[in-house]
Structures are given as C-alpha cells and as structure tokens.
Design a protein around this ligand. Structure first.
Ligand code: FES
Length: 531
C-alpha cells in the first residue's frame, strides 16, 4: 500500500537547516497527514526520527494502538542529518565508560549497541527494507599527537566490554596507512532516509497512525496538545532529540553540539567499504574531544560518496575557536585531501546537532517525576544504535517487561562519577547568560547584508534580525523562550541557535529544535522599535 509520501514531487525541501544532507536530497520527503481533530490512543509517540519511529513500529507490531506525531516530515530533524554509522564503537570510548559505570556497566553498554545493530538488521530482513544496509569493519585510529598507549588502553577496555575487536598495524583505505588501529568487526551502515521511509510505510500498515507537520506543544500525563487538538494517551514517548516536555532537569545533564559533514565522490573500488574514526582532539576546548568520522555510500554507477564528519563545537559558540560555522567545511576538506586524496570536489555539505550526555550514556526511560511519560535523548554520536536501543527499552517498559539496560540509561541518574565535569559544564552553560552584556553583532540594520541575520541592540533588549535577498527585514526578540538566553546567528544553516540548551529557530523565528516549543517573539519593525 502506498501512503504517498511525496506531496509536491520535490526532493529534499524540508530539513532542520538550510543545507541538505545527501540522504534528504536523495529521497522524496515523507509527508503523511496533519492532525485535524481530537483523538485518543494507547501510546503517543512524539518525534518521527529513528527513535520515535522504531518505538512506534515495535509497539504497533505487538498489537498496541500507536499514534506518532512529527512536527516536520519523517526524518526531517536530526535523523536525516546523520552519517548513519551503525556501531558499537562508542565515541566516548570504553575506557571512560568503564570508569563511570564499572566493567559491568561497560559490558551492558556494549551489549545494548550490539543488540541494536542486530535489531536494525532483523527489521530490515523481516520487513524487506531496501536501504543499502551493509555489514563492514570499523577502524579506530589515533588523532595526531595521541599516544599508542591510548589506543592500547581502549582496546583492552573494549575487549573487557565483550566486543571482539583486534589490533591492526595498518589502517585499510587511509593515507598514510600507517597504523595502528583497532578493528571492530560486524559493524554496519545504511541509507537512513530509505530506512525511515520504509519503516513509516510498514508502521502505517501495522495500523499505527502517523501525523506529520503536527507539533506537540503541551505534553503532560494525559497526552499532548498538537496543532491545537488534544491527543489523550495512556503512555507518552518523547523522542525529539532533546526532550520538549522537560523545562530544566534533563537540560542540565546534556549539552548541544553542532557537527559538520562533507561528501565527495570517489571512483568505485578506490576505498574498502568501512567505517573509520579517529580518537579525537583531547586538547580541544570542548570536553567531547571532536573527532573525524568517515564512511562511503553507493552514489552513481561509477562513483561512491566519501562522507566525512567532524569539526564539532558547542551550539551557538563556533566563534569561540575563531572558526565560524561556515569555515568548518573547509577544515574537513583540508583533512580529506591529506587522508583520502582520491576524493573529488565536495558535492554535499551539511551540519547536524548532537546531544552530549555528561556521563557518556544516553537517557532512556521514564521522564523524572512522571510514570507514563518516557524520553529518549542524549544520543551522543551514536544516534542510529542509540535511537534503536531507546525503542527496545521503552518497548519493554511499556509492555511491563524487565529490560537489562534500563538502569544504565535511566534518566533519573545523577552523574556522580563525572561530578567535576558536570559542574564545570553547568557553569559554562550559565556563563552564556553573560551574552546580555557583550556587544551585539551589528549596531544598525544598514550593516546587515541581504541573506544574512544578526543580533542587534544592547543590554537586556536584544533583537534577532534577518534581511532577505530583497532587503525585507524580519525581526524577533533574541531572547530564547526556553529559559531566556540570547540566541546567536548561524550563518551556515541560516538559523538562530541558542547556546544554552540548543534550541534553534528559523530566520523567521519559528522553532526548529527544542527544548523551546514556542517561536521567538515577533517584533513589528514598522513600530520603530529597532533602532
Ligand atoms: Fe534553553 Fe535557549 S535552549 S535558554
């Protein structure tokens, strides 16, 4: 049955930023129908990315009555901006995870991600989903200047966690190929939008209801208000990258980062099908130690796409390293020219947002203080497996079954072993309120070039302005409606981004990412309030 998922025949015209990923551009957008009346359901899932859709699929398959609402289109949030590595090689590294959660905790973490790889493979097999799924090796190699001992320690921790990884002296496909590296067998990759599109079809065919362009603005234990209509539910799953139901608690336990991606053609057969990651820049000002992540993807008859990501920074704060958002791609290109010289010119570039939990593990389970509201968040750089683990855990919780990983991922936990990092990250976030006392980007609208945005004004009065190509100006309050930080202009994705908890807004001030659920307050520029 075709639920017709491409309303206007265009491709890639809906995403959480100005740049489109290869995945979004390659597949027609999935628009289903918009909610138009009050309704009741058993399970309400908010969010149509991999976490929400997999949860809806598993529960619908078990016979539950499921309704999913998505404020954009299927996969149009951060799922469509991933590079879709499906791996148990966690980017926070097992030697740290072991310190925070002990050997048993690290084993559970590894087991959960390995099980998620299997779950994705079994869904694809059972539902006959054509999405370029492949099993392959992953290689973890050293960031320049990092000692071999770091990799040796990581290998020991990885083995203790139960992953059959091995040491290699060469890095297949890389230039130079001088190792060492750790090889992780039986990792995987796929085309995320093909996977989500088919999964949406299958979930609809199982009887679930899916509403796109339907935003949940008020979520409580009774259900949610979506586009002004009420959906009553027994269980509510919030799978919105960062939880939009929670005002404060969860947003002190994780922090938003932007990450950047380029894609360039390479002649077929030049590179082995693999995943690659370096160990990251431990001297970076960001505690996440930004790293490079690489894969290939079938592209044309003659070429594959080489897809490289990295250059992360905290959302809204690229300038602190004096490398603006728009310059991050060039840094990736320079890196690619050294390590993958066969690559041609870049044909796609895009960025995405990643939520980094303070103690490396995501947050999956009952929202603190709620019995029937559940969250999946804190994906770190492992969103494909993490979103799938989230669905598996919530499936068990909603079905009243025990789950071996539920305690590890509990949103209630406090990061006691990482208390120092936690407090310094909270202080760092609090410092962002100091933006009220810094100079604005511009002093007058005359300084603003067409096609650009900026922050104008001084003191407590900050205005987010955008001038379109015809010179027409849109103005909003620059005060984030979540908890009052000043948003920053992101010239790359043409959005206003909040440096505190990662809310993002379009150039017109509409919400792209939570935790904010309401737009920036409009300002009438004709009322003479701008100057
Ligand atoms: Fe929390 Fe903006 S996202 S204040």
């Amino acid at each position: 049955m075709n639920h017709n998922l491409s309303p206007d025949g265009t491709t890639g015209n809906f995403s959480s930023g100005e740049n489109h990923s290869y995945w979004i551009d390659a597949v027609a957008p999935v628009e289903i129908t918009t909610l138009s009346q009050d309704m009741e359901t058993d399970v309400l899932v908010v969010g149509g990315g991999i976490a929400g859709l997999t949860t809806a699929y598993l529960l619908a398959k078990a016979g539950r009555i499921v309704t999913l609402v998505e404020d954009g289109l299927i996969g149009s949030g951060e799922s469509g901006r991933t590079t879709a590595h499906i791996t148990c090689a966690l980017d926070d590294h097992y030697q740290y995870i072991e310190k925070a959660f002990g050997e048993e905790g690290a084993k559970l973490a590894a087991a959960s991600h390995m099980a998620a790889i299997e779950k994705i493979a079994s869904i694809i097999r059972e539902e006959h989903i054509a999405c370029d799924f492949e099993r392959l090796n992953g290689y973890l190699f050293l960031f320049p200047g990092e000692k071999k001992q770091y990799l040796a320690d990581e290998l020991e921790a990885v083995k203790r966690a139960g992953i059959p990884a091995q040491w290699m002296d060469e890095i297949p496909g890389m230039s130079p190929a001088d190792g060492p590296c750790i090889v992780y067998p039986m990792q995987a990759q796929f085309h995320i939008m093909r996977y989500l599109h088919e999964l949406a079809h299958v979930t609809l065919n199982l009887g679930a209801k899916i509403f796109t362009k339907t935003r949940a603005t008020k979520i409580d234990k009774h259900g949610a208000v979506c586009n002004g209509f009420t959906i009553k539910a027994q269980h509510i799953v919030v799978a919105t990258n960062t939880p939009v139901n929670d005002l404060v608690t969860m947003h002190t336990k994780q922090f938003p980062y932007r990450t950047y991606v380029i894609a360039a053609p390479v002649p077929k057969g030049t590179l082995p099908r693999s995943l690659w990651w370096d160990t990251g820049d431990q001297d970076s000002k960001w505690v996440t130690a930004p790293y490079h992540y690489i894969r290939t993807q079938a592209y044309t008859n003659t070429h594959d796409l080489l897809i490289i990501g990295g250059e992360d920074h905290k959302t809204g704060r690229a300038d602190e390293e004096k490398i603006p958002e728009t310059s991050r791609y060039q840094a990736l290109i320079n890196w690619m020219r050294v390590h993958f010289p066969a690559a041609g010119d870049v044909v796609y570039h895009w960025s995405g947002q990643v939520m980094e939990p303070i103690d490396y593990m995501g947050f999956i389970g009952r929202n603190p203080g709620n019995e029937n509201i559940y969250i999946i968040t804190g994906d770190s750089g492992n969103g494909m497996t993490h979103g799938t683990i989230g669905a598996m855990i919530l499936f068990d919780l909603i079905q009243d079954k025990a789950n071996p990983w539920a305690e590890l991922y509990s949103p209630k936990r406090l990061p006691m072993k990482e208390l120092g990092t936690y407090l310094s990250e909270v202080m760092d976030m609090a410092k962002q309120y100091g933006d009220y006392f810094t100079e604005a980007d511009i002093k007058s609208l005359d300084e603003l070039a067409p096609g650009n945005g900026a922050i104008l004004g001084k003191g407590m009065k900050r205005i987010a302005v955008y001038k379109n190509e015809n010179g027409k100006v849109n103005a909003c309050s620059a005060v984030c409606p979540h908890l009052g930080c000043v948003v920053q202009w992101n010239a790359d994705e043409k959005s206003f981004d909040c440096p505190c908890h990662g809310s993002r807004f379009t150039k017109e001030g509409e919400v792209i990412n939570g935790p904010a659920v309401t737009p920036l307050k409009r300002i009438d520029i004709n009322a003479g309030k701008l100057q």
